[in-house]
Design a protein around this ligand. Sequence first.
Ligand SMILES: [Zn+2]
Length: 261
Amino acid sequence: MNRRHTFSILGGGALLAALGPAAARAAGDAAPWGYDGAEGPAHWGDLDAAYRACGEGTRQSPIDLAEATPADVPAPAVRYPAMPLDVTNDGHTVRVAATRGARLDPGAAAGAGWRLQQFHFHHPGEHTVNGAHRPLEIHFVHTHPDRPGYVVLGVLAEAGAANPALATILDHAPEKAGGSAAPDGVTVDPAALLPPAGARGAWRYHGSLTTPPCTEKAAWVVFTTPVTVSRDQIDRFAALYTGNNRPVQPLNRRFLLRSGG
Ligand SMILES: [Zn+2]
């Protein structure tokens, strides 16, 4: 079942809607979007002027990762401490807010000191390899105090042993869209959602956010080694969100690199 997030513009914003997207955004709203039908991915670029890149962009995400060029790039350095759990069901996914101090050095030209803002989940996974989706994909979204755009670290998950961090998140994820939970004394260790330190080869390419507004200043690092989550965990996530994955986008004239590890 897909869920669709609706914003307050539908509640009392008929006037704002009549004034158009710019007025709506001025009031802090953007057009609702989803994964189905008239608000689905094929229409995102038409729903709101702010979403134009979703339809017209040429460096969009996700992509298929099969046609990669081998490259000698250092492994990304990830420093994610355990943090107090702060989890939100935002109507499109389950999202965990990061506390200060979680950092990423992507290991390439993007520079060090990228700060983890949040991480969230897609079911099935968004990036494919030869067209095959993993059952789950985790996106760690980073920003930088001195640089524009984003670095997104992607982790693919396959069925296997249960993941302790995902267990904590699922135990507290609100069932209703718009709900948040930050239970006293509960911590989550995002590093448990990463492959082992010795297995951090990665695909890298320049793409976009995979949800509106599909912003194209996003450097992607996707680990080639998947982590495991249990079938039960996949089913529990699927009870909240199924099909919250954007279809793969054309690579166009972009480099897709793959480093070892
Ligand atoms: Zn995502």
